[in-house]
Design a protein around this ligand. Structure first.
Ligand code: ATP
Ligand code: AMP
Ligand code: MG
Length: 185
């Protein structure tokens, strides 16, 4: 089974996923890593947070290539986004052709309060995430839920919403492990 794990920037997806990977047989593939690798080879960006500011068509082309690569991988958890907030509006992370290639059985949304998310972005100096207004983060989380159910309607995938509580990423990881059949470990 391929599962997609998403959440707004800075919510803690990669942190939670690393714990899931340590405690399960699931391999993690980061969609952004693949896009970054391709974009770097072409001299388009030097940092992952520049990808969402590339021209629309370039983002779509990179997205398609990364999606096709992931579609060839069996039994992976895909660390990605339901939607990406770009200067041109929201880009769907799983447009129909990517959704078909990946064909996920489970769609996971990791959430936290907008206040916690903003604080996590500010604390994390390794990244160049937008310091958004709280209501803008709230809107993005709402848009992600809507996108998830559109993708679910097209695939029949289950949708799991998980809270990544402050200081407790293990709890979020445990909920995901439980659903993946690694509960109680
Ligand atoms: P992006 O989509 O931009 O890759 P992400 O969702 O993968 O973001 P992470 O890089 O995992 O986010 O986490 C962002 C920051 O928040 C990191 O500094 C991480 O240590 C911290 N963090 C993650 N989970 C929690 C938590 N439950 N409580 C407090 N801090 C957390
Ligand atoms: P991340 O580290 O998860 O933030 O990924 C880095 C960047 O890759 C994101 O900010 C997006 O620009 C891009 N990205 C990741 N997943 C997708 C996707 N499914 N579709 C389009 N762009 C994506
Ligand atoms: Mg991440």
């Amino acid at each position: 089974m391929r599962a997609v794990v998403t959440g707004v920037p800075g919510v803690g997806k990669t942190t939670v996923m690393n714990i899931v990977a340590e405690r399960s047989g699931y391999r993690i593939v980061n969609f952004g890593d693949l896009m970054l690798e391709i974009a770097r080879e072409r001299g388009l960006v030097s940092h992952r947070d520049e990808i969402r500011r590339l021209p629309m068509e370039v983002q779509r082309a990179l997205q398609m290539e990364a999606g096709e690569r992931i579609g060839k991988m069996a039994d992976v958890l895909v660390d990605t986004h339901m939607t990406i907030k770009t200067p041109f509006g929201y880009l769907p992370g799983l447009p129909e052709w990517v959704l078909k290639a990946i064909s996920p059985g489970l769609l996971i949304i990791i959430e936290a309060s907008p206040e916690e998310i903003l604080a996590r972005r500010v604390r994390d100096s390794t990244r160049m995430r937008e310091a958004e207004e709280l209501r803008s983060i709230e809107e993005h989380q709402m848009v992600n839920r809507m996108a998830a159910f559109a993708y679910a309607a097209l695939t029949g995938a289950f949708v799991l919403m998980v809270e990544n509580r402050e200081g407790r990423p293990e709890e979020a990881a445990e909920r995901i492990l439980e659903v993946l059949g690694y509960g109680g470990d």
